[in-house]
Design a protein around this ligand. Structure first.
Ligand code: FAD
Ligand code: NAP
Length: 323
């Protein structure tokens, strides 16, 4: 029986969002010959959106296109990009070890974690029951199915407002449900939402239950509850989109690295260094505050520069001894 393959690199980058690809560009140009593992969402979160209007240099760029360009850039400067998903990491000794679903074991002198964030769910049993049957966390992926139908979106941040606006391209009516009486989304997005005739906003409500049928399985409405009076009402809809934020994808490291604020990896001030020397974290995985493509890319740059310095410090004693 042949042994499972092992691949060693000076720098291993886990994640292919803006943080991972930017780290890859910098690490490649520092001649570190990095390997980047893409994960199950090549390109990261921006691949599930449409227009990105705040990436400097592009007044509008489609999210998936931007990520294709980032991948091409990383590839062109020499990054080895591998389609694999890491299911276990051992940070207890160097070289660090990562196990891929493909069966490959990756070892590395320095590690850049850029696993980003994933959509949060409400946690309702009925939400779980109808996931994929009318309940979704991605309007870009599933909006098309609701042509001429009514949909409900829950959330009050940028994602919820963008999802609601995108859904107006297909749906006959979009109801946005928010638990407070003001949105946290950017003002320009709020302005577009308030002026869209297909949108109704229901303030001060949460979703208590998703209702529907089982033959065939499908959503028929959501039961809302007023946050202070507790009064309930049902809003009929064929699709229910959950857009209540994102949680850091830190499962791989939460028992090995210091985390805070619900799982975000802690980094040293003005640095991407984590609690283990040689392990760096960048992007939404570590950022509970800004969570933007451009800040993630900036942190990816920092992580690669810091990894380069770390590797130089490992090589320095050997070089001095040889002199
Ligand atoms: P992510 O983009 O989350 O990428 C994480 C990567 O890690 C993925 O490639 C995934 O496959 C990989 N990964 C995860 N786990 C593993 C594993 N175990 N093994 C291997 N790989 C793994 N920001 C803006 O600035 N402008 C916008 O207009 C904008 N619009 C958005 C619209 C939507 C709908 C959403 C959800 C977000 C939006 N954001 C926007 C936020 C922006 O997408 C994120 O801040 C940014 O993508 C974070 O980049 P990242 O590199 O940290 O991680
Ligand atoms: P977010 O900013 O954290 O907003 C989450 C929203 O969901 C909040 O309005 C919150 O309500 C609500 N919420 C949370 N838990 C809830 C629950 N259990 N029930 C009901 N409502 C709940 O998340 P996001 O909108 O996904 O954005 C994440 C990050 O990505 C942000 O930094 C954002 O700027 C960025 N992003 C940027 C763009 C852009 O630049 N165009 C687009 C998308 C995302 P409260 O307001 O009451 O807390």
């Amino acid at each position: 029986m042949s042994e499972a393959p092992t691949r060693h690199s000076k720098v291993l980058i886990i994640g292919s969002g803006p943080a991972g690809y930017t780290a890859a560009v910098y690490a490649s140009r520092a001649m570190l010959e990095p390997i980047l593992i893409q994960g199950t969402q090549p390109g990261g979160q921006l691949t599930i959106t449409t227009e990105v209007e705040n990436w400097p240099g592009d007044s509008m760029v489609m999210g998936p296109d931007l990520m294709v360009r980032m991948e091409a850039h990383a590839n062109e400067v020499g990054t080895e990009i591998i389609a694999d998903h890491i299911n276990a990491l051992d940070l207890s000794q160097r070289p660090f070890t990562a196990h891929g679903d493909s069966g490959t074991t990756y070892t590395a002198d320095a590690l850049i974690l850029a696993t980003g964030a994933q959509a949060k769910w409400l946690g309702l049993p009925s939400e779980e029951h109808f996931k994929g049957f009318g309940v979704s966390a991605c309007a870009t992926c599933d909006g098309f199915f609701y042509r001429g139908k009514e949909v409900v979106v829950i959330g009050g941040g940028n994602t919820a407002v963008e999802e609601a606006l995108f859904l107006t391209n297909f749906a006959s009516k979009v109801t946005l449900v928010h638990r407070r009486d003001s949105l946290r989304a950017e003002k320009i997005l709020q302005h577009r939402l308030f002026n869209n005739p297909k949108v109704e906003i229901i303030w001060d409500h949460t979703v208590e239950e998703v209702i529907g049928g089982d033959n065939p399985r499908g959503v028929e409405g959501v039961v809302l509850r007023h946050v202070s009076s507790g009064e309930k009402r049902t809003v009929p809809c064929a699709g229910f989109f959950v857009a209540i934020g994102h949680a850091p994808a830190s499962d791989l490291v939460k028992d090995q690295l210091e985390t805070h604020m619900g799982g975000y990896v802690v980094t040293k001030p003005d640095s991407t260094a984590t609690s283990i020397p040689g392990v760096f974290a960048a992007g939404d995985l570590t950022d509970h505050e800004y969570r933007q493509a451009v800040t993630s890319a900036g942190m990816g740059c920092m992580a690669a520069l810091e990894a380069e310095r770390f590797i130089a410090s490992l090589d320095a004693p050997a070089a001095e001894a040889a002199e």
